[in-house]
Design a protein around this ligand. Structure first.
Ligand code: ARG
Length: 467
């Protein structure tokens, strides 16, 4: 058994927790990273207590000076965390009380339940803006590579079968769309985090005359006009974990996008495709096969997305079925959130590095995209322009494909006579539809891969993101 006096809540206990229980229930090993936020919350809360005369100016000053000292120690890595004190909140409070005895008043009108809810909201605000800026960097890399390779075309695929020609830029811009939606998700989580729960207490607020808006303002929980934003229901405030779920979802969604891009690049990098060469700096070799250069960064990115999805799953499972309000289960929520944040942060940096170093191979791409079958649909469109109903046109071109196969020639080399026999509309300038440049120039509509459209899309993205 441990010393009961060690626990800040020890008053009603006849003995302290078993050593095993202490080790089991501590969270300081992972929530210590909330320390900078906890210190900020302590500063704001005590300033508010002073504003309502529950702390004297001298008490406030000594607490704030003490918090400065702890903050300095923290930066120097000199804080000794004690698992017997459970979590970051009690560790900081106890360390502070040793240098500023007035800190014994610091926990007035609050609970660790609203305290941790406030700390993590500050964390989410920072985390979301950090991830948004890393995502912007990834988009920047995608735009640069798209721009540098905008003249290169490859087959686009459906069912992983060659479908229609697209430019490398158009393909990469599809991912820009996805990552931009991820930025939107993180921005939304950041906005939702911007409401201050402090003052909700353990569950039902406090009888003391606190000023919640004061604290909210001090901590930057304000709207665009600087008005304080405080949460409205004390029970929801201490038990709500929507931000955790939404954050984990945003990370998982981004992870899935990273994974799909990785998979595309892995396929393009295989000898069978050979569209792209990856940078040595983000590949590794084989311990046995000397010739190997493996796309490990992309494989790890693909693999880690599973972890991001799993973290979301773990959080949903944890929260589901919990009665209101706070339950200790919720202490575990930080594990997944920190893991998703750390993993996604490094994933985004590795992704940007890998993309920046990717070199497309124009000859191999040109060879693959020269397959005229990719433009079979363009021939159907040619017939439509000449008054043939699309269904009939589709059928006619299908017939031409069969004829070409039978003759053992590419689609555009079926002799005129055979072509006209398939459908009289396949005549005149019909072979010109198989010219790649013409086919691309014909696709300048909104959302399409035409060269001018791509140029204006690249410019629009740079403008939108101030890049
Ligand atoms: N470390 C705890 C957590 O993160 C803080 C809240 C503890 N509250 C309590 N009633 N035991 O959930």
């Amino acid at each position: 058994m441990t010393d009961k006096a060690q626990a800040t809540w020890g008053g009603r206990f006849s003995q302290g927790p078993a050593k095993l229980m202490q080790t089991f229930s501590e969270s300081v090993s992972f929530d210590k990273r909330l320390a900078p936020y906890d210190i900020a919350v302590n500063r704001a809360h005590t300033a508010m207590l002073h504003s309502i005369d529950l702390l004297t100016k001298a008490e406030l000053d000594s607490i704030h000076t003490g918090l400065d000292t702890i903050e300095k120690r923290l930066k120097e890595g000199a804080v000794e965390w004690d698992e017997a004190l459970e979590d970051v909140h009690m560790n900081i409070e106890q360390a502070l009380t040793k240098i500023a005895p007035a800190a014994a008043k610091m926990h007035t009108a609050r609970s660790r339940n609203d305290q941790v809810a406030t700390d993590v909201r500050l964390f989410f605000k920072d985390a979301c803006s950090h991830l948004s800026s890393l995502l912007t960097k990834v988009i920047d890399s995608l735009l640069s590579v798209a721009d540098a390779n905008k003249g290169i075309h490859i087959p686009g695929y459906t069912h992983l079968q060659r479908a229609q020609p697209v430019s490398v830029a158009h393909h990469l811009l599809a991912y820009v769309e996805m990552f931009y939606r991820d930025i939107g998700r993180f921005e939304k989580v950041g906005q939702d985090a911007n409401w201050c729960p402090l003052g909700s207490g353990a569950i039902a607020g406090t009888t003391l005359p606190i000023d919640r808006e004061f604290t909210a303002r001090e901590l930057g929980f304000v709207d665009a006009e600087g008005h304080p934003q405080v949460t409205r229901n004390s029970m929801d405030s201490v038990s709500d974990r929507d931000l955790f779920l939404d954050f984990a979802h945003a990370c998982a969604s981004c992870g899935v996008h990273i994974s799909r891009l990785s998979e595309d690049m892995i396929i393009w990098n295989s000898s069978e495709f050979g569209y792209v060469e990856l940078p040595d700096a983000f590949c590794t070799g084989s311990s046995l096969m000397p010739q190997k250069k493996n796309p490990d960064s992309l494989e790890l990115l693909r693999g880690k997305s599973g972890r991001l999805v799993g973290n979301g799953q773990a959080l949903y499972t944890m929260v589901k079925g919990l009665p209101l309000t706070y339950n200790r289960d919720l202490q575990e929520d930080k594990v997944q959130v920190f893991d998703s944040f750390d993993q996604l942060s490094i994933c985004l940096e590795v992704l940007a590095g890998t993309i920046e170093g990717a070199a497309f191979k124009p000859d191999n791409c040109a060879k693959a995209v020269s397959d005229v079958a990719l433009l079979a649909t363009d021939l159907a469109d040619f017939l439509v322009i000449n008054g043939v109903a699309f269904r009939d046109a589709h059928h006619a071109v299908g017939g031409l494909v069969a004829a070409a196969e039978k003759l053992g020639v590419p689609l555009n080399e079926v002799p005129d006579e055979e072509a006209a026999a398939v459908h009289p509309g396949i005549s005149g300038e019909w072979r010109s539809v198989f010219e790649l440049n013409r086919a691309m120039i014909a696709r300048e509509g909104i959302g399409m891969p035409g060269p001018n459209r791509i140029k204006s899309e690249l410019a629009a993205w740079r403008k939108r993101l101030s890049l």
